[in-house]
Design a protein. Structure first.
Length: 91
């Protein structure tokens, strides 16, 4: 397990900043978020997410529940991944 975590850390460290590499947000989400809930969570009829600000607030709210200390850029990468794949918000 330790070698997997080390490989992931190395892969994330060598990726460009958000906006340049969409796969980074997907990798962060798959590694640290998806284990606690399914993709169906993002398609609920009564979603609280109405804007990018709402999505950023939710990602920031849940990030501490993982065992990863997300940087601001990493949180934004996850936001951009979720917006691109699920929410498609414009603001």
């Amino acid at each position: 397990m330790r070698s997997t975590a080390s490989a992931l850390a190395l892969a994330l460290a060598t990726m460009p900043a958000w906006g340049q590499e969409p796969a980074r947000g997907e990798l962060l989400y798959a590694t640290h978020c998806a284990s606690c809930h399914s993709e169906r969570l993002h398609h609920r009829e009564k979603s609280k997410i109405r804007s990018l600000a709402d999505l950023r607030d939710e990602v920031a709210r849940w990030a501490p529940q993982t065992r990863h200390r997300f940087t601001l850029d990493e949180k934004e990468d996850v936001v951009q991944h979720l917006n691109r794949t699920h929410y498609k918000l414009r603001n």
